[in-house]
Ligand binder design. Structure first.
Ligand code: ATP
Length: 540
């Protein structure tokens, strides 16, 4: 070693650092630590370089630990460093890249004194953690001090294996990253929502959801129902895919620029991002229902084909993510037309919808009373009546919950549902649809890239609708293209895509399915407005 002088506990050594160690398969090596990399140079006999050099990017490092010898005779100390680099692997005809765990262990024996060796190992451990943190470019994360998470697991999500998946694939990563956590397995629907509504959030640095998108929907709404919602919703959220759709987890992986992965590889990728702890903003959309209820949504609002498939495919839950493919095929066989009225506020005043639909959009000549600029224009502040008589065949998960939240930012773009939309909104002329979906993330499921241009905090609702008249084959082709996110470049005349800030949907039929973030909500007129950067989320 170059230096054996013990450092005070809080000090981080100047870089570059260089030292000689013994690897655990007894080879001698030199370690060089810079701001970006840890280089391992194997040494041959008499300390000569053997030529084998391994360079590890600290961006891939989630943690490091120093430990004393377990054997009483041994005076050396140990240093363990945990990396999760992306490794290419090829199977049959396709190649992909996924994060794989690599643990490096070194023995520190610079002195006959165990204490000195341990202090030296700790000095390296501190420096590696600190450099990894800086390399990640973190402003909110700090890998140098322990973090505390609340981890919520829905044991019923996906194929019912979320707890096992957490124990087998995530638990050790959190330990390696020096993260302690309180584990709460949910016992019933709305358990997580009630818990975060009441909890002392100051105990945790992050609330992590290991489930599908439904549990996160509960958590977001629980936080927004608190008296201190403004502060509570700033709690960094973490997502670990344990459900069947896992749309937000897949979106976050996609935004990181990594190659597409699914299943356990997506879980490890999300676990890695959680350990790195970079925090980004997340847009939320407020969704106002006819019964005066207001919900907060991070993912989607769907009606027609997509909503039906999502809910009807519940019976194929045992198939995992394949349940959506099965549901799509079944619904395609009995393709339906959904009648209703759709209006929206374009994201940019001049924006025309893509595809051939521009000629089919008109502007309302609505009444002067429509425009509301009041700061107190939340939809629940207005008395309104559900003209569509929501006598649902499906039991909406949220209908029998507590009264609508009056918390959250005002919906300054919306007017009461019983008034016409403002005059500067666009009203879609067609009233026959196959599907309407408003999404605010790229993915609608692990393998469905519904809005490839969407980002966490773009302040935009990506509205897509498919007009009646599309053939079964064309609709199937559309969903196949969506697996790659290429469906919007196919110029299908029945598909319309437009970026909006707010929208209103008024179904004509008294019964049907509307989903928000994949959860059934009360059926009837609904409107929504995006609120940019309202929440925060851990990303890569
Ligand atoms: N312990 C529990 N028992 C039953 N239902 C639960 C429990 N905990 C949460 N839930 C509810 O289960 C529903 C489904 O959960 P979630 O969406 O997380 O999983 P999923 O449906 O498998 O995944 P995805 O939404 O990604 O398809 C949600 O409505 C959630 O509120």
């Amino acid at each position: 070693m170059d230096s054996v002088t013990p450092q005070p506990d809080h000090a981080v050594a100047a870089l570059p650092m260089r030292g000689e160690f013994t690897g655990f398969s007894r080879f001698r090596c030199t370690l060089v630590l810079t701001e970006c990399e840890l280089t391992v140079q194997k040494l041959g006999t008499w300390g000569r370089k053997s030529g084998t050099v391994t360079v590890l990017d600290l961006q891939d490092c989630i943690g490091c630990r120093a430990y004393g010898a377990e054997d009483g005779q041994d005076t050396s100390a140990g240093l363990a460093v945990y990396f999760y680099p992306e490794r290419r692997h090829c199977a049959r005809l396709s190649c992909s890249a996924a994060r794989r765990r690599e643990e490096l262990r070194f023995r520190v024996a610079v002195s006959p004194e165990p204490r000195v060796n341990l202090e030296e190992a700790q000095r390296w451990s501190r420096a590696i953690r600190h450099s990894s943190y800086l390399r990640t470019g973190g402003v909110c994360a700090d890998m140098t001090s322990p973090r505390r998470f609340l981890v919520l697991i829905n044991p019923q999500s996906g194929k019912g294996q979320a707890l096992d998946l957490f124990n087998n694939h995530v638990k050790h990563m959190l330990q390696e990253a020096n993260i302690t956590y309180t584990l709460q397995v949910t016992e019933r629907q709305n358990h997580a929502r009630e818990l975060v509504r009441e909890a002392d959030l100051s105990q945790w640095d992050s609330v992590v959801i290991m489930s599908g998108d439904g549990l996160l929907f509960e958590v977001v709404n629980g936080l927004m129902e608190r008296e201190d919602w403004e502060k509570a919703i700033q709690t960094p959220l973490g997502v670990l895919p344990g459900g069947s759709g896992n749309a937000l987890a897949a979106s976050i992986h996609y935004y990181s620029g990594s190659k597409p992965v699914s299943g356990k590889e997506l879980l490890v990728s999300c676990g890695f991002m959680l350990c790195k702890g970079l925090v980004s903003h997340l847009d939320l959309t407020s969704v106002c229902l006819a019964s005066n209820q207001r919900l907060f949504s991070f993912l989607s609002l769907a009606w027609g084909f997509v909503a039906d498939v999502d809910i009807e495919s519940e019976k194929y839950r045992h198939m995992g993510a394949a349940r959506f493919t099965m549901g799509t095929l079944v619904r395609l066989a009995s393709l339906r037309v959904y009648k209703g009225k759709l209006a929206y506020l374009p994201a940019e005043e001049s924006q025309a919808p893509s595809s051939s639909a521009s000629s089919e959009v008109s502007f309302t000549d609505g009444s002067k009373s429509c425009l509301v600029h009041s700061s107190n224009s939340n939809c629940q502040d207005h008395c309104l009546h559900n003209s569509c008589n929501s006598n649902n065949a499906h039991n909406p998960n949220w209908a029998d919950e507590s009264p609508a939240t009056s918390k959250g930012p005002a919906d300054t773009l919306l007017v009461p549902l019983d008034q016409p939309v403002p005059t500067h909104w666009s009203v879609v002329k067609e009233e026959d649809f196959v599907l309407v979906m408003a999404v605010y993330q790229s993915h609608l499921a692990e393998d469905l890239i519904a809005a490839p241009a969407s980002r966490l905090e773009d302040g935009t609702i990506h509205l897509m609708y498919v007009k009646a008249g599309i053939s079964r084959q064309a609709l199937l082709r559309l969903f196949l293209a969506m697996e790659k996110g290429t469906h919007l470049s196919k110029n299908c005349p029945f598909v319309v895509y437009v970026k909006v800030r707010a929208l209103r949907l008024e179904p004509y039929a008294p019964k049907g399915i509307i989903t928000v973030d994949g959860e059934v909500v009360e059926y009837g007129p609904v409107q929504a407005q995006v609120h940019g950067r309202l929440a925060r989320i851990i990303t890569g």
